[in-house]
Design a protein around this ligand. Sequence first.
Ligand code: PXG
Ligand code: PLP
Length: 441
Amino acid sequence: MPLDRKAVPNDLRAFWMPFTSNRQFKSAPRMLVSAKDMHYTTADGRQILDGTAGLWCCNAGHCRPKITEAVQAQVAELDYAPAFQMGHPLAFELANRIVDIAPDGIDHVFYCNSGSEAVDTALKIALAYHRARGDAARTRLIGRERGYHGVGFGGISVGGIVNNRRFFGSLLTGVDHLPHTHLPENAFTKGQPENGANLADELERIVALHGADTIAAVIVEPMAGSTGVLLPPKGYLQRLRDITKKHGILLIFDEVITGFGRLGSPFAAQHFGVVPDMITCAKGLTNGVIPMGAVLTSAAIHDAFMQGPEHVIELFHGYTYSGNPVACAAGIATLETYQDEGLLTRAAQLESHWQEALHSLKGLPNVIDIRNMGLIGAVELQGIDGEPGKRGFDAFVRAYEAGILIRVTGDIIAMSPPLIISEAQIDELIGKLAEVLKSTA
Ligand code: PXG
Ligand code: PLP
């Protein structure tokens, strides 16, 4: 008998769900069974407008034919090839295509399987790079408060989220943090905030404390998505670049969310006109269809490793699934879809409509801030005293019932729809959210 994919399981116990309130979910499941373009279909047959591109990853929308067909063909042609000491053509082709759309000065691609792995890979490359150049004392890593860099030990160490410190022990040593850039005086700013570029100068303080010659790298999200859409003040990223360069410190942009068109350029680095030494990416690289991440590096970093006897492995790092053929096929078809449909710059065209729609929510009950950039938006709600996250979570559940998918981080609603969204669908998304906010007052 063919598998009935629409059948809803009646035993939900075995699957321990990630970043989920498992008991709440299992008491009232939100089950998705199919997807097409801008919509999910639920197990009870409802259409849900996707306001989050899955988890910030389906930038071209869902079940796009070119990607589906490429994956189907590849899995039947070459399912897997060993990643170490062996190669297959698609891995090279995809790397070249990524470099083609990357900022000038970014020339090499190291594959992994997720954003978390990309972050840990980039941190390891930074340490090994300095060592390869005879600068082995540079071992410190600098992150930022409220940074999210995935769930590996490296990523949670440079990240700035209290729950990771509370639950998972002492983490990596030799890590310090910049202050976050989220200032109350920037509330309700449309687009990039004016105040706060000077927060980058805190790096000078950290350098003065530890000594530049002990610091390997600074890692930041050019725009912090996961902890509630925290925007970089005007001039901030340029200042970080200037200070890192002055002190020989590598700058890593974690573009797991901002990569692949989210801000209206292929990468945020291009949008802000600031080129880091490394970029981490994942998510939109394969439109979320097959897990894949990557670290993009400058030639200077890559070339520093290419020395010594030729049979020796230059970088002692890699994953069983680095450059998996099916993931590469998905990546190539994804980049073609982005290019065919102009999606890597479409957010720039939609930005003003998106911004005005979003800011029309100002004045609704409990709305204390609205932030936007590219095709990303956040609506911050006043938390309920003694029950942080409750108002946000209620809004999320009601939104799902109303037919829209949003994300919440505590009491902050975040949205990042597929880049194929129409202006009418933006109006529908924001209109339904307005009704939800009125009803959760
Ligand atoms: N870095 C950044 C900047 C991210 O946003 C990761 C690393 C980790 O990627 P993986 O593929 O290991 O999850 C992320 C992931 C949300 C949300 O709704 C954000 C992420 C993942 C899931 C949900 O804010 N960001
Ligand atoms: N654990 C064991 C026992 C392994 O043999 C391997 C890989 O061979 C790994 C972990 C790492 O797995 P991956 O390469 O998929 O990250």
